[in-house]
Design a protein around this ligand. Structure first.
Ligand code: PEP
Length: 256
């Protein structure tokens, strides 16, 4: 049976009180989810420790983990305002999102830099949720596969077959993020299948067990169809992860 990962990217939202309340609502229902679903909550870094504690208090640590939305590629040093993967580990996080399109767009992150972040995350024994995806312009120019391949090769450069066990790929078409216009199940499956094929060129049989999440306006209504696709192993959810009800409905939509 396939194990699904449903990850919530809260972005720069919530307060300490609402982060705690949202995490509590999610973990209180986590025990009732299908056995083959695991959850990851990615709050703003400042609130991650609170979310870790909320999960521990509810004894839900085996089903719900915490991740950061980004980290610096160095372990420590004079990098004002940044946080490192070792700090993420230190406060009890298990995941870090890397290469999100908003960081590529607003912070100028390149595949080369993101590759260093992936290495930093893996060096701490954490799991990287590495995001790839094409813009609308690239899709319209029929460059989707070229762009995804470049991002895969760049971001995964030097990552070994042993290390890749701790990598999750998130296919997030940029045109679908925050727009309410999710990819159709066919569009998403086509790219997921391509990603799986690229992974098998890089990692052989191991590719079968690498999880590939879909992200981009996934919600309570479209989750079931998307999650039923053979190469979609979960979701990275933005807007719909800010309400426990919609996030949990997505998690319940998996094929169990
Ligand atoms: C995201 O930012 O990772 C995302 C998928 O956002 P949304 O679900 O809001 O499109």
């Amino acid at each position: 049976m396939k194990t699904y990962l449903i990850a919530g990217n809260w972005k720069m939202n919530t307060t300490i009180a609402s982060a705690q309340a949202l995490a509590s609502s999610v973990v209180e229902s986590a025990h009732d989810l299908p056995q083959n679903v695991h959850l990851v909550l990615c709050p703003p870094s400042l609130y991650a420790r609170t979310v870790v504690e909320t999960i521990a208090t509810n004894n839900a640590g085996s089903r719900v983990r915490v991740g950061l939305q980004n980290c610096h590629h160095e372990e420590k040093g004079a990098y004002t305002g940044d946080v490192s993967a070792s700090m993420a580990k230190d406060i009890g996080c298990s995941y870090v999102i890397t290469g999100h399109s908003e960081r590529r767009q607003f912070s100028g992150e390149t595949d080369g830099l993101i590759n260093k972040k992936n290495h930093a995350v893996l060096a701490q024994g954490l799991t990287a949720i590495y995001c790839v995806g094409e813009t609308l312009q690239e899709r319209q120019a029929e460059e989707t596969f070229t762009v995804i391949k470049k991002q895969m090769l760049g971001g995964l450069d030097g990552i070994t077959v042993e290390q890749v066990e701790n990598v999750v790929i998130a296919y997030e078409p940029v045109w679908a993020i925050g727009t309410g216009l999710a990819a159709t199940a066919e569009q998403a499956q086509e790219v997921h299948e391509f990603i799986r094929a690229e992974l098998s060129l890089l990692y052989g049989d191991k590719a079968k067990s690498i999880r590939i999440l879909y992200g981009g306006s996934m919600n309570a209504e479209n989750a079931q169809t998307l999650l039923a696709q053979p190469d979609i192993d979960g979701g990275l959810i933005g807007g719909a992860s800010l309400k426990a009800d919609s996030f949990l409905t997505i998690a319940r939509s998996v094929v169990s």
